[in-house]
Write a protein that binds this ligand. Structure first.
Ligand SMILES: Cc1cc2nc3c(=O)[nH]c(=O)nc-3n(C[C@H](O)[C@H](O)[C@H](O)COP(=O)(O)OP(=O)(O)OC[C@H]3O[C@@H](n4cnc5c(N)ncnc54)[C@H](O)[C@@H]3O)c2cc1C
Length: 338
């Protein structure tokens, strides 16, 4: 492998974003990925692709909204198919108090009534009396977005070498950016996996323009339109590191949510069932950690696409300061992502 100044290990959303941020800043970089193709073995392939900082604010730390909001423009610039239609949060009548509780914990939304819901999403007309509309949120198709980042990298002369498994200590480079996701646990022992399961269905009888979240006391779920009649239904969040196929219970809950949103989903075809482990630190926030010549960028948890741009900025800053530093072989203090 040719020596280059920076090697990024891992071609998930973290690795591709870090490499792109570095390449855009003029740093020579290459990527190695153990999978044989983009998405192969990557948690990023399973994501819903919601860019929803204010919806997430209702259940997460304020940093998620602060770091996530600028990512909408980052993606729109690099992936023009990013859909800027906002998102809608609904609840069945019996769960109406959940909607008020959700609203109380966040911002940048408006209450909408049944008439407005029907104007926003005609197929949901008459089905819900009230909803929260987050006009400034966005969504994207994660698989197409990853391909777009890879194409941009190729345009900038950055190679992605597939089928190579590399440990950071073995990389022939001045600086290594470790974006191995959960596989980086050998270096980051406080990283854990949080299981997520999703289902893709095809339903030509339903049309949605934006992600719709269904609040539920036990299992809040969402449906993201992917175009051409495809919908991603996600996602479970289970404190378990069990790998393996989607369980019957999870499949029933995900499909029930779709059916509750619109009965026409009962006739939908199941196209894909998928599961993976989200890499998460104890506080569920991403971090950049610098250890000698290795910059670890990890912990994206359930906010891979939402927070990858901010993580990439932090990682690129760390790489540039290492490259500029005459003492880049010395131990540097741990650096919290900010
Ligand atoms: C069901 C589900 C739904 C989700 N929905 C959303 C959502 O709507 N919005 C959102 O923002 N996030 C979502 N997420 C979270 C998101 O998918 C993750 O946060 C994100 O994918 C983590 O990205 P990553 O690049 O750190 O890890 P990964 O995508 O796992 O990438 C790591 C890469 O490193 C490679 N690798 C590992 N070890 C080596 C090695 N030694 N050598 C070479 N390559 C190696 C792996 O093959 C892999 O490709 C969801 C996740 C799941 C499971």
């Amino acid at each position: 492998m040719a020596r280059s100044s920076v090697i990024v290990i891992g071609a998930g959303v973290a690795g591709l974003s870090c490499a792109l941020e570095l390449a855009e800043r003029g740093v020579g970089v290459e990527i190695v990925e153990r999978g044989r193709a983009l998405g192969d073995g990557s948690c990023s392939w399973m994501a819903g692709g919601m860019l929803a900082p204010w919806c997430e604010r209702a259940t997460t730390e304020p940093e998620v909204a602060a770091w996530g909001a600028p990512s909408i423009a980052w993606w729109a610039e690099r992936f023009p198919q990013t859909v800027l239609n906002g998102s809608l949060v609904v609840a069945q009548s019996r769960d109406a108090p959940d909607l008020a509780r959700f609203a109380a914990r966040t911002e940048r939304f408006e209450w909408v009534d049944g008439e407005r819901i029907a104007a926003l999403e005609p197929d949901l007309g008459g089905r819900f009396r009230r909803a929260l509309f987050f006009a400034d949120e966005a969504h994207l198709d994660p698989r197409r977005a990853l391909a777009a980042l890879a194409a941009k990298l190729e345009g900038l002369g950055v190679a992605i070498r597939f089928g190579i498994e590399l440990a950071p200590r073995d990389a022939q480079a001045d600086i290594v950016v470790d974006c191995r996701g959960l596989a980086a646990r050998d270096a980051l022992p406080d990283l854990r996996g949080v299981r997520g399961e999703m289902i893709v269905v095809r339903s030509p009888d339903v049309s949605l323009r934006r992600p719709v979240r269904m609040l539920h006391p036990r299992l809040p779920l969402y449906i993201v339109p992917r175009g051409n009649g495809l919908f991603m239904i996600g996602a479970t969040m289970i404190e378990s590191e069990r790998r393996g196929p989607v369980s019957v219970r999870s499949a029933m809950e995900l499909l029930n949510a779709a059916y509750a949103l619109h009965p026409a989903f009962g006739e939908a075809e199941i196209v894909e069932l998928g599961a993976d482990l989200r890499p998460a630190f104890p506080d569920n926030l991403p971090q950049v950690r610098v250890m000698r010549r290795v910059v670890h960028a990890n912990g994206l948890f359930r906010h891979g696409f939402l927070l990858a741009p901010e993580l990439a900025r932090g990682a690129a800053d760390a790489v540039l300061s290492l490259l500029q530093s005459e003492t880049n072989h010395a131990d540097l203090p741990q650096r919290r992502h900010a």
